[in-house]
Every structure is written in structure tokens, then in C-alpha cells.
Design a protein around this ligand. Structure first.
Ligand SMILES: Nc1ncnc2c1ncn2[C@@H]1O[C@H](COP(=O)(O)OP(=O)(O)OP(=O)(O)O)[C@@H](O)[C@H]1O
Ligand SMILES: [Mg+2]
Length: 356
């Protein structure tokens, strides 16, 4: 995108020599990028997946990513990240291909200051692979920094600026392949915790099983369908049973209703998340950092990540965690918890760009 000559006469036009601040969250299910374009906040949200095919005319490899790849190549599409990390060299290569294609297609400026929201996970090889992808990418020529995903995701939950960076508080990130929690003390991580046992993807598996049970084995839905049911219908506020139709193999169709098959797994998810947070993460934090623990529990706990989008989940989590701890805690979320990490990363990138 090039500036027109008119910009020279517009006092409000941004100096085009300055690098563009960009926030990026690479997640196992979704990647989110945020940046300003022509003064407007642009948010790019896409599935973190890739499919390739050979061009029928030239024979060269073509790369598709995101929703298009998932729709057109459902059998071969690859989601290459686990807990937000490429676990081996082959997946690192796929992640690099995916990210390069995304940047190219979305026209993200190379002259940029980029902040990456990255998982807090004890996986050195995976983190190294991610670093390679980040540093090998064409963007971030002015600066590249990374911050914990749960810290970035808390930023828009805690205020309009960077308030979260100056606080002592607890953040919980509800992702597709892990549940992360951490206390932050002016940006420093205390007792970082993560588990792959309580996840959005596990909820999808349970929904698929529960729907099969609810329909006496007549309906088998795949995990993508289960995820879509969850994202469209799950709610602690106003859940309504809904119907869907499958085509029968021999022709004809079968209509079925999903009722408890959706909300039972979501309800279990909240119970299991509360249990992990109270009995593993918070007990460890209390043991290792008694004072910050007390301080942090007196303040709102930030809930981020895609699973925090389920209407009413923050209130539900607050009630159940308060009961488990036998003390009142409060929970806050951003307007869009699924976009929050990229939004927070973008705010940090703006601050960094000012210092360049
Ligand atoms: N509106 C929504 N309602 C319910 N669930 C949602 C919604 N949006 C996203 N999710 C779920 O949130 C999870 C993805 O969350 P998020 O984008 O934070 O994870 P990720 O960063 O891609 O994964 P990970 O952190 O495991 O690497 C998925 O299970 C997804 O189905
Ligand atoms: Mg994540």
C-alpha cells in the first residue's frame, strides 16, 4: 500500500517512514494479527492450517491456508502447531510456509515492529522452532519481540492502555490445546502453569461422542462440526437446543436435535479448569509467592483465549472458583477474548515503535 501525494498536505497523516506496529498470536487453532491500516484497526483471524497442491499447468507447488484450505482439502489439511508450537522440523517448515503465505496474502508490511504473543510452555525445542519461524519471516524488520500469550491477552481485559503491565494479577488462558495460568508482577512471570488435560479440543471430542450417544449412535459428527456447534451455540446464558441434518449414505436425510450433548461437555470443562487452577496452579503460587498470591486474588483475574468467548463462562468460572477457594474472587475478560492476545501484542508493539 503506497501513500498518495495528498498525504503530504494532510497534517494528520502518519509519517510513512515509521515502522508499522503489528501484534501477532500464532495459535494451534487460530492465528490472529492486528495492525493499523489507514488509521483503522484491522484484525485478521484465520485457522492455523495449510494445504498444498500442484499447479495443474506449471506443476509448481501452490499453498492454501486458513478456512479455504480446511474447506477444500479437509482430508490433507494440516494444523501444524501444538500448544502454539511447531514440535519438530517438519512442522516448523509447515509453520513457516503458513506464516509466509498469510503475510503475503494479507499484505503485512515488512517495515514493521512486531510483537508475538507466545505460549508459556516448558518445551525448549518447540520454542526454538517457533523462534526460527518468527525470525525467518519477512516482517519485523524494525523490531521483533515476544511476550507471554496470557499477559498479552490480559491487556485489553484490564484497561484501554497497558495497565496490565504495571499490575500484580493472575491471568488464565483458555486455548484449544492447553490451559495456561500465570501470575504477573509488573510483567514478570510467577509460577507459570500449563496443562494439556483441560482444552477446547477435548471439549470438541466430548461433544462428538455425546452427540453420538444422544442420537443412539445414528449421528457421527467430525471434530470440526463439533467445534462449530460449540462456537455457535454454547452459552451459560441462553443455550437453546438446536437441530441439524445429516445425509444418509443410502440417500435421504436424518434430522436430529442436540441438547445436553453440547453443554454437558462445556460444563465439565469449567469444573475441570477450576479444579486445575485452584488445586494445581494457585496452590503452587501460594506456596512459592505468598504475598503476591494474596495481592493477586484481591484483584480481578483476567480470563483470555477462545474458550473464554462462551457467553457467561466468566461468571460461571467466578462462582465456581470462589466456592473452591472459599473466598470471593472476581473474573474479567476482554470484549473478544479470542482476539485479546493479538490486541495486547499490538498495544505493546505501538509502545515499542515509539521508542525506536
Ligand atoms: N466464540 C467461541 N465460542 C466458543 N469457543 C470458542 C469461540 N471462539 C473460539 N473458541 C474455542 O477456543 C479455542 C481456541 O482458543 P484460542 O484461539 O485461544 O486457542 P489457540 O491459541 O489457537 O490454541 P493454543 O493456545 O492451544 O495454541 C478452540 O477450542 C475454539 O473452538
Ligand atoms: Mg493460545
Amino acid at each position: 500500500m503506497s501513500d498518495t501525494d495528498d498525504d503530504a498536505f494532510d497534517g494528520s497523516a502518519e509519517n510513512s517512514d515509521e515502522p508499522t506496529p503489528v501484534g501477532v498470536k500464532l495459535g494451534s487453532t487460530r492465528t490472529v494479527i492486528q495492525l493499523l491500516r489507514d488509521g483503522e484497526l484491522d484484525t485478521i483471524r484465520t485457522l492455523t492450517c495449510l494445504a498444498t497442491y500442484d499447479d495443474p499447468i506449471t506443476g509448481t507447488e501452490r499453498v492454501l491456508y486458513g478456512e479455504q484450505a480446511a474447506q477444500e482439502y479437509p482430508d490433507t489439511v494440516e494444523f501444524m502447531l501444538r500448544s502454539g508450537l511447531p514440535e519438530d522440523d517438519a512442522r516448523a517448515e509447515l509453520a513457516a510456509k503458513f506464516f509466509t503465505e498469510l503475510i503475503r496474502a494479507q499484505n503485512i508490511p515488512e517495515d514493521s515492529a512486531v510483537v508475538y504473543a507466545i505460549p508459556t510452555i516448558d518445551n525448549e525445542a518447540g520454542l526454538e522452532n517457533l523462534t526460527e519461524v518468527i525470525e525467518g519471516s519477512p516482517i519485523g524488520q524494525a523490531a521483533i519481540r515476544s511476550f507471554p500469550e496470557s499477559l498479552c491477552g490480559s491487556i485489553p481485559a484490564m484497561g484501554d492502555g497497558l495497565e496490565a503491565i504495571d499490575e500484580v494479577f493472575v491471568s488464565i488462558n483458555m486455548g484449544s490445546t492447553n490451559l495456561e495460568a500465570c501470575a504477573y508482577r509488573h510483567g514478570e512471570q510467577l509460577a507459570p502453569f500449563s496443562t494439556g488435560a483441560v482444552t477446547g479440543s477435548e471439549v470438541d471430542r466430548r461433544i462428538a461422542n455425546a452427540v453420538e450417544e444422544e442420537t443412539q449412535g445414528r449421528v457421527n459428527i467430525d471434530l470440526t462440526t463439533a467445534r462449530e456447534y460449540k462456537e455457535e451455540h454454547a452459552s451459560f446464558v441462553d443455550f437453546e437446543p438446536f437441530t441439524d441434518v445429516i445425509q444418509q449414505p443410502g440417500g435421504g436425510s436424518h434430522e436430529f436435535t442436540v441438547n445436553r450433548g453440547l453443554m454437558d461437555p462445556v460444563d465439565e470443562y469449567v469444573d475441570e479448569a477450576v479444579d486445575e487452577i485452584a488445586n494445581n496452579f494457585l496452590s503452587e503460587l501460594a506456596n512459592t509467592h505468598m504475598k503476591p498470591y494474596q495481592l493477586a486474588l484481591g484483584k480481578p483475574i483476567a480470563l483470555t483465549g477462545g474458550m473464554a468467548c462462551i457467553p457467561g463462562i466468566a461468571e460461571e468460572f467466578e462462582v465456581r472458583l470462589s466456592a473452591e477457594l472459599s473466598r470471593d474472587v472476581t473474573v474479567v475478560t476482554a470484549d473478544r477474548p479470542d482476539l485479546a492476545a493479538a490486541e495486547g501484542a499490538h498495544r505493546i508493539a505501538e509502545r515499542i515503535a515509539e521508542t525506536l
